[in-house]
Design a protein around this ligand. Structure first.
Ligand SMILES: CC(C)(COP(=O)(O)OP(=O)(O)OC[C@H]1O[C@@H](n2cnc3c(N)ncnc32)[C@H](O)[C@@H]1OP(=O)(O)O)[C@@H](O)C(=O)NCCC(=O)NCCSC(=O)C[C@H](O)C(=O)O
Ligand code: MG
Length: 300
């Protein structure tokens, strides 16, 4: 089934997504800082970071700040309140003309929520290239991961963002170092996202003053195959950017594999020995992707 223009545009977007920094849309000082921070994406939040009495004001600030612009290479994401809340529909309508790369919707439970959000975006007049990303943060969403991800074929859905704070709240799962109890969720989210061409970002690390824990979480998420991590504080950006970027050693190995397959004496071969390891054509594909990612980071 063909995917929507928004899903296609999102998957063709080569910009890195190692670090997405959330900030309350009510906090102009934080938003202004984002214009100079080294994060790959910025999420202006109308949901849990904004108190109920500040929702309308935060929405107005978000629209004003996006119109002012100055965010450069960063992908801009607006997180709305759930449609079931008193603010969700007004958020969605108000952001229709804002220069956003993606609208992020919280607390989706199943495919019909995604379809309703995507349809509401169409009706509100969102540009064809504005993607829908959804938070994966409810027990029902975990049980419906594949159905939700498959919506990429028929809706604007182009990304998953994990919300492990809400998932912990709803389930009683413990947010301990190592995240052992979350491993099945992380793994299933990767499978669902990758099978459907979605961006996948890890949940936040609440421990602002524990850089070792942040690095361990970033490394775990990278090793699971995620694109990057969502962050809550500027001090977390450098770690996420470093962990999710190809290392010099990985790049050297990737270049050696590509060079080996390009060598005239290896024409027509499907498997080679490169630096003591077997490399097949699939490894050349992986290597080419890694080099392209490094180039995209360098192009920033
Ligand atoms: C967590 C914070 C409330 C901590 O605030 P505070 O202690 O005041 O921070 P600092 O004093 O260390 O701030 C130093 C300077 O950095 C700026 N700053 C801080 N945080 C941000 C930010 N996120 N973006 C941009 N700039 C930021 C401060 O303004 C200070 O600057 P200056 O005044 O010039 O010195 C705070 O960090 C914060 O609000 N973080 C974001 C919270 C948020 O957005 N939460 C919602 C998303 S997380 C979530 O919902 C996860 C998911 O849904 C789930 O279920 O898991
Ligand atoms: Mg949440």
């Amino acid at each position: 089934m063909p995917s929507s223009p928004a899903t296609e545009a999102a998957s063709a977007d080569a910009r890195p997504l190692r670090s997405l920094l959330y900030m309350p849309a009510s906090n102009r000082r934080a938003i202004d800082k984002a214009r100079a921070l080294d994060c790959d994406a910025v999420a202006l939040d109308l949901e849990d970071a904004v108190a109920p009495e500040m929702k309308e004001e935060a929405r107005a600030i978000l629209i004003e700040e996006l119109a002012t612009g100055g965010f450069g290479h960063r992908r801009m994401v607006g997180r709305i309140n759930a449609l079931a809340t008193p603010w969700g529909h007004d958020d969605l309508t108000a952001l229709a003309a804002a220069p956003l790369d993606a609208l992020l919707a919280p607390k989706v439970d199943d495919a019909q929520d995604v379809a309703a959000l995507s349809q509401a975006m169409d009706q509100a007049g969102y540009g064809a290239n504005v993607a829908l990303w959804v938070m994966i943060e409810t027990p029902r969403a975990i049980l419906a991961l594949e159905r939700i991800a498959a919506c990429a074929a028929t809706t604007r859905l182009a990304g998953f963002v994990l919300g492990l704070n809400d998932l912990a709240k709803e389930t009683g799962m413990a947010q301990a170092p190592g995240r052992a109890v979350f491993v099945p969720v992380l793994s299933q989210a990767v499978m669902a996202a990758r099978a459907n061409g979605l961006v996948l970002l890890d949940g936040v690390c609440n421990a602002i003053d524990d850089p070792a824990r942040l690095e361990a979480e970033c490394t775990q998420a990278r090793d699971f195959g995620m694109d990057g991590k969502t962050l809550i504080h500027p001090s977390q950006i450098d770690t996420a950017n470093a962990v999710f970027a190809p290392s010099e050693a990985e790049l050297a190995e990737a270049r050696a594999i590509v060079d080996a397959f390009d060598a005239p004496e290896n024409a027509g071969k499907g498997a080679l020995r490169v630096n003591g390891k077997m490399a097949e054509l699939l490894h050349r594909d992986i290597a080419s992707k890694l080099i392209a990612k490094a180039d995209a980071i360098a192009a920033r």
